[in-house]
Design a protein around this ligand. Structure first.
Ligand code: CMP
Length: 137
């Protein structure tokens, strides 16, 4: 049993596909252990993506992530981290396999519909960033 953090990004929320994306998770064996729609502050986005702070795309990434509300969720299941990444598809939607969330709902590498933790270590940090233990069930 594993947990991972998912973010449905502002582009997908604006398109009205929150339900369709959450259905991809539930239909593929991932339980939604916690979920919340929220508006990130600039400080939230900068802290969450601090690992990318030296990258050229950091400013655009932060601007995009605060451009509208997001949906943060804890997904739970066997191999949840890898399964979520498989369901999301490649970071760049142009390289994402057909049938993946990014192939179906994303526009470009900035507006790429979803974020998912990339390792068990980062999943623990990212989940704790958004949720307390009593919010996860
Ligand atoms: P995400 O999984 O949320 O993690 C960091 C985000 O930065 C990534 O998805 C992309 O939306 C965005 N990004 C923009 N340019 C790049 C790039 N060249 N490489 C990786 N991520 C990028």
């Amino acid at each position: 049993m594993e947990r991972t953090l998912s973010i449905i990004k502002p582009d997908a929320v604006a398109k009205g596909v929150i339900g369709k994306i959450l259905d991809r998770f539930e239909s593929n064996g991932l339980k939604i252990a916690a979920t919340r729609k929220m508006q990130l502050s600039r400080a939230d986005a900068e802290a969450f993506y601090a690992v990318h702070s030296e990258r050229s795309f950091f400013g655009d990434l932060v601007d995009f992530m605060i451009s509208g509300p997001v949906v943060v969720s804890v997904l739970e299941g066997e191999n949840a981290i890898a399964k979520n990444r498989q369901l999301m598809g490649a970071t760049n939607p142009k390289e994402a396999e057909a049938g993946t969330i990014r192939a179906d709902f994303a526009e470009n590498i900035d507006a790429n519909a979803v974020h998912g933790s990339d390792s068990a270590e980062n999943a623990a940090v990212e989940i704790a960033f958004f949720f307390s233990g009593r919010e996860i069930a």
